[in-house]
Design a protein around this ligand. Structure first.
Ligand SMILES: [Zn+2]
Length: 339
């Protein structure tokens, strides 16, 4: 049998690694030790941790599967033992309890204050920015612990601050972007069976074939939310970088993801229909004050404008890690620009 052959071909160390998802104790050298320890010590396992967090969230949530407007005190009491809000930082990973799963731990809670990036809360998730505090060592550990939650498929409690009250969501870390220093966190429910599995392709955007247009026209209200969809913004920045494509401005929280084919014209939310732009150049692009030549990728100012008048500092967008799909650029140049 293939399975027998596999075990015979590889040394025991390799088969031990298959269990290390449940009890990684830091690097390959610790894997064997971890494997033997599972048999003798009652360690917290990944599956048990996932089940525990889902159960606790289920106990907290109302009949609609949401937790809206609870006091911090009530929240702490209900989640007692998980220490979701311990220590006054935005990310909590409770090292004492979770470092047996992965070093330095697995994030338990994320606090979204909405103070700095109010637009980043989606209907079904949140863009969570890496912590930047006076203790970079702690920040790095928190980022690592949050990546661990994503890699292991362990849900985290996303606490949203609304005045004196808190909303709580159960979130799965879907992806991260080290360049933009942000996580994409999708909300899940206590009994989301599909999400129990470790996310496929975690941490690496597996891009679907390009689709320029949405199949169905959208309602007005949907257009508005879609234009500012943070999930789209996350994917565009991960793909094409988080600096303005035409002036190279790179300020956290100031870069938009522009739809090349606009949402109102049924432009899709595929990341290759997106271009990172600062708000001023986003507006200029949307109103046709400049466009991109679909063959040379050169930036073309409209009649009466110059690169200088528009404060465009690059000749073309070939410097981007990835440019939008040519079909989208062509559509924009012919229908919005003057190409
Ligand atoms: Zn710009």
């Amino acid at each position: 049998m293939i399975l027998t052959d596999y075990r015979r071909t590889y040394p025991p160390f390799q088969s031990g690694q298959r269990h290390s998802r449940d009890c990684v104790r830091g690097g390959p050298s610790g894997a064997r030790q971890a494997f033997t320890k599972t048999r003798s010590l009652p360690l917290v396992t990944v599956d048990a941790e996932i089940a525990l967090r889902r159960r606790r969230f289920g106990e907290l949530a109302d009949s609609d599967g949401a937790v809206i407007g609870v006091s911090p005190a009530a929240l702490n009491e209900k989640l007692d033992g998980l220490r979701v809000f311990y220590g006054g930082r935005g990310v909590w990973y409770n090292a004492a309890r979770t470092k047996t799963l992965a070093e330095p731990g697995v994030t338990v809670g994320l606090l979204h204050t909405g103070r700095h990036y109010p637009d980043d809360l989606l209907g079904d998730g949140v863009i969570y920015h890496y912590p930047v505090t006076a203790t970079p060592g702690k920040d790095a550990a928190e980022v690592e612990a949050t990546k661990n939650a994503g890699r292991l498929g362990v849900p985290v409690f996303v606490v949203v601050q609304r005045g004196q009250l808190r909303d709580v969501h159960l979130g799965l870390i879907e992806d991260f972007d080290d360049a933009d220093q942000s996580f994409l966190v999708g909300f899940t429910s206590a009994d989301d069976a599909a999400a129990l599995k470790t996310p496929q392709g975690w941490g690496s955007v597996s891009e679907e074939p390009f689709v320029a247009f949405d199949k169905k026209p959208r309602k007005r209200i949907e257009l508005l939310t879609r234009e500012r969809d943070p999930r789209f913004a996350f994917k565009v920045k991960k793909r094409s970088g988080s600096a303005c494509a035409v002036c190279k401005l790179r300020v956290r929280g100031l870069i938009d993801a522009a739809h090349v084919i606009p949402v109102k014209d049924r432009g899709s939310n595929h990341p290759a229909n997106g271009l990172p732009l600062c708000p001023t150049h986003h507006r200029a692009f949307d109103s046709g004050l400049f466009w991109i030549d679909p063959d040379s990728f050169e930036v073309e100012p409209s009649a009466g404008e110059t690169a200088e008048s528009l404060r465009i500092t690059v000749r073309d967008i070939a410097w981007l890690p990835a440019h939008p799909d040519q079909e989208a650029i062509r559509w924009h140049s012919e229908n919005v620009g003057g190409g």
